[in-house]
Structure formats: structure tokens, C-alpha cells
Write a protein that binds this ligand. Structure first.
Ligand code: OAD
Length: 251
């Protein structure tokens, strides 16, 4: 087995050699910013069955309950979350001319806040609420959630502008993700359990098109040893710092 130093050096070498890397990120990259993940210890789906709280049919039937149990807490956390070293590392890779695009399954907006300019929000965004009646969008920070569910001026219920189970991936996000993935030379997969489709198939598309797949996650995933060329067992922030330190010291 390769030592951690050797894995970091190999990742830095692959990244230094490209100007067309793409990142695929998941909830794990935002854990160090205080946002809970979905699976694993402390994950949201440990407390709730996603089909009973995050399915579009449940939201339509009982929006007050979905707001009370899920959305209000998420709003409280996301209204104040700030990027950590994982997000900042990806922004630095873009500034260095290495990383072109971030495809994220996260809805927290932290990649944009960190400075990445091309972020594909595969599962939509929590920064906005959308009226279920007139489609008007309102910034989440400005929404008063003392009476649930919050409503638009037209009387319609406001809902996160994010993808619920049973809903389609925004078509442009899906199309652009497939295009950028197929064209990239290195795919950096950070903090995703890689079990939710179609996001989880992006590393496979990258690999089939000749890219090197580098995975950063404290735990192995279905990609590990199967699709990933390099698996770096570590947390996003610390690992990105080490990769950048190796990369920048070589320049
Ligand atoms: P998950 O919660 O499924 O997985 C989080 C991953 O992060 C796990 O593989 C952890 O091992 C890893 N992890 C934990 N701490 C970490 C750290 N400090 N640094 C890096 N990685 C860490 O999150 P996603 O894969 O993003 O979809 O979940 C995919 C989708 O499932 C979500 O977008 C959401 C959910 O249902 C929808 O809501 C539509």
C-alpha cells in the first residue's frame, strides 16, 4: 500500500500536469463547515427516512411538516455557513489554472463563496426558495420562517430551489456535467458516498474517456478500487491543504 505522502505527491503530480481538471463534490466537503451529511454517523438520513421527508410528493402533501422537520434547520445552518479549507483548496486550484469546473451535489453555495466561478449545482440550490404556485424566487436568507410554511406574496408555498427525491436533475446541469466530465483529464471526487445516481456515474464517464480519477474521502466508496485511480483516505480540508502544499512547492 502507498504511504499517505506518496498518495499526496501522486495527486499533486497529476493535477500539476493538467489545465482541465473537474471536481465532483458531495456533502462530505461541507461537514467541516458544520453542515450535516446525509449518510454515516450524524447524517440526516440516520434521523429521517428520506422518502418520508425529502420526497416531492411529501412536500406537496405536507409542506409545513417538511419545513418544520427539515428545511428550517437546514436554513439555520446554511444561512451562516462559510467555506472550509476543502472548498478553498478547490478555489485555489481554479486560480492556478488547473480546475475548470466544480460539479456539486451540495446545495449550500459554499463553492461559489470560496471563489470557484463555474459551479454546476447538480441538485439545485438552497440559496433560493421558489414559489410552488407562481415560480417567483426569493433569497432564502430573507425568508421569515416563524410561520410555516413560508409563503410567497401570491399566497403560494415557498420551497427550496433544490432537487427532492422523485424530481428530475435540472437538465442543463446534467448536460453540462456530462460534457465537462467527458472532456476532463483529471477528476477529483471529494466527499461523496457515490451512491446516488446520476451524479455517481460522473467518475465512470470521466474514466471511460481517459481521465485520471482521484478520490478524497475518509471512507472507501463503491468507486474505491474500482473506478478511482488514487484513493486518498482523509478529510477534505486537510487533504486539499496537503495536495496544494505539494503542488505549489514544485512550481
Ligand atoms: P453522503 O452523506 O451520502 O456522503 C458523504 C460522504 O462524505 C461519505 O462518503 C463520507 O465518508 C464522506 N466524508 C465524511 N467526512 C468527510 C470529510 N471531512 N471530508 C471528506 N469526506 C467526508 O453525501 P452525498 O454523497 O453528497 O441528494 O449524497 C448524495 C446525495 O444524497 C445528496 O446530494 C442528497 C442525498 O440524498 C438529494 O437530496 C437529492
Amino acid at each position: 500500500m502507498r504511504s499517505m505522502d506518496a498518495l499526496i505527491a501522486a495527486a499533486a503530480e497529476h493535477l500539476a500536469a493538467t489545465r482541465n481538471a473537474v471536481a465532483l463534490t458531495g456533502a462530505g466537503i461541507s461537514i467541516e463547515s458544520g453542515i450535516p451529511a446525509f449518510r454515516g454517523p450524524g447524517g440526516l438520513w440516520e434521523r429521517f427516512d428520506p422518502m418520508e421527508i425529502a420526497h416531492i410528493d411529501v412536500l406537496r402533501r405536507n409542506p409545513a411538516m417538511v419545513w418544520k422537520v427539515l428545511v428550517k434547520d437546514l436554513k439555520a445552518v446554511m444561512d451562516h455557513a462559510v467555506p472550509n479549507d476543502g472548498h478553498k483548496g478547490l478555489a485555489r486550484l481554479e486560480a492556478l489554472g488547473i480546475l475548470r469546473t466544480v460539479i456539486t451535489q451540495n446545495i449550500d453555495g459554499l463553492h461559489q463563496m470560496a471563489g470557484n466561478t463555474d459551479v454546476i449545482e447538480f441538485h439545485g440550490s438552497f440559496a433560493w426558495q421558489r414559489c410552488m404556485q407562481c415560480e417567483r424566487r426569493v433569497e432564502t436568507r430573507t425568508v421569515d420562517d416563524t410561520v410555516l410554511p413560508p409563503r410567497c406574496g401570491c399566497g403560494g408555498v415557498l420551497r427550496p430551489d433544490a432537487v427532492f427525491f422523485g424530481e428530475m436533475i435540472p437538465p442543463l446541469a446534467l448536460w453540462r456535467s456530462q460534457e465537462t466530465t467527458a472532456a476532463c483529464e483529471v477528476m477529483l471526487v471529494v466527499g461523496t458516498s457515490a451512491v446516488v445516481q446520476p451524479a455517481a456515474s460522473m467518475p465512470l464517464i470521466a474514466k471511460e474517456n481517459g481521465a485520471v480519477v482521484i478520490e478524497i474521502n475518509p471512507e472507501p466508496t463503491p468507486l474505491t478500487g474500482a473506478v478511482s485511480d488514487l484513493f486518498i483516505p482523509g478529510r477534505a480540508g486537510e487533504t486539499m491543504n496537503r495536495i496544494l502544499a505539494a503542488l505549489e512547492s514544485d512550481r
